[in-house]
Ligand binder design. Structure first.
Ligand code: BGC
Length: 270
């Protein structure tokens, strides 16, 4: 992975859920752009090690921290470790997310809570702790024009309802208003808060769908651009959004979905 422009040079980025998929690609691209990267993960030790070794192989540096973003004590512990090693962070990518799908009548409270806890409460806890660091450091002009940046990795399902995924869509809808409210609250302090809403990105979360030829074909019909996304499609955008090139952007959701939110069924009807 080559990034000649070091847009994030001297900055520290925390990427949650960075042991695989989109989070791993974001961690690698941010490192390639010059950031030191905190690789947070929940259970995939090997994946986290792979993220770090690829970063180091490319000449970057990082730190692995295992923590469940849904647990307050583990999140505050993670930030304490970051403070010891790097003093502060400049960028938080709230990427950690899970799906536990079920029809509404069958959905257990445990399935509901697991998804809300990781996707929404986890984002809140990590954002709260990041903001405390941003407020303490203020703007450090040599590093960035802003005091800090938060990027939520949302989903097209913050606007597209999705039968059988009520917990997931509720978490993504909630995240959107969390993002916007933080953006409004923190803009005067020069803290930028935005979301990236990926469409169908080829990772483990949707492997069941893309590895089945029939389901894969149905999925592609929903994507006008005619292909699934790759984690790099999201990582490139995250680097740009975190950089000073995007300094005037806050409170926005950028869709990276190959047109999935364009109502593809209307290409042939309506
Ligand atoms: C989900 C994926 C799904 C995609 C498009 C994502 O938020 O996690 O499983 O393929 O949305 O529907």
């Amino acid at each position: 992975m080559k990034t000649t422009e070091q847009h994030l040079k001297g900055q520290v980025a925390l990427v949650t859920g960075a042991s695989g998929g989109i989070g791993q690609a974001i961690a690698m691209q941010m490192a390639a752009a010059g950031a030191r990267v905190v690789i947070n993960y929940h259970s995939n030790d090997k994946g986290a090690q792979k993220t770090l070794s690829q970063i180091e192989k490319a000449g970057g540096s990082g730190l692995i921290i295992k923590a469940d973003v849904a647990k307050e004590g583990e999140v505050t512990g993670m930030y304490a470790e970051i403070a010891t090693k790097y003093k502060t962070i400049d960028i938080l990518v709230n990427n950690a997310g899970i799906q536990q799908d079920n029809s509404i009548a069958a959905m257990t409270l445990a399935e509901w809570q697991a998804v809300i806890n990781t996707n929404l409460t986890g984002s809140f806890l990590c954002a709260r702790e990041a903001v405390k660091m941003f407020q303490k450091q203020g703007v450090a002009p040599r590093r960035s024009k802003s005091a800090g940046k938060i990027i939520f990795i949302s989903s097209v399902h913050n606007v597209i309802p999705w039968a059988g995924h009520a917990n997931y869509t509720a978490s993504k809808g909630g995240e959107t208003m969390l993002m916007k409210t933080l953006a409004q609250e923190l803009a005067p302090q020069k803290i930028r808060v935005n979301s990236i809403a990926p469409g169908a990105i080829k990772t483990d979360i949707n492997k069941k769908v893309w590895s089945d030829p029939k389901q894969n074909e149905q999925l592609l019909e929903m994507i006008p651009y005619g292909r699934m996304g790759e984690p790099e499609d999201i990582a490139n955008l995250a680097v740009w959004l975190a950089s000073d090139q995007a300094d005037y952007i806050t409170g926005t959701t950028i869709y990276a979905d190959g047109g999935m939110t364009l109502y593809a069924s209307f290409m042939h009807g309506g």
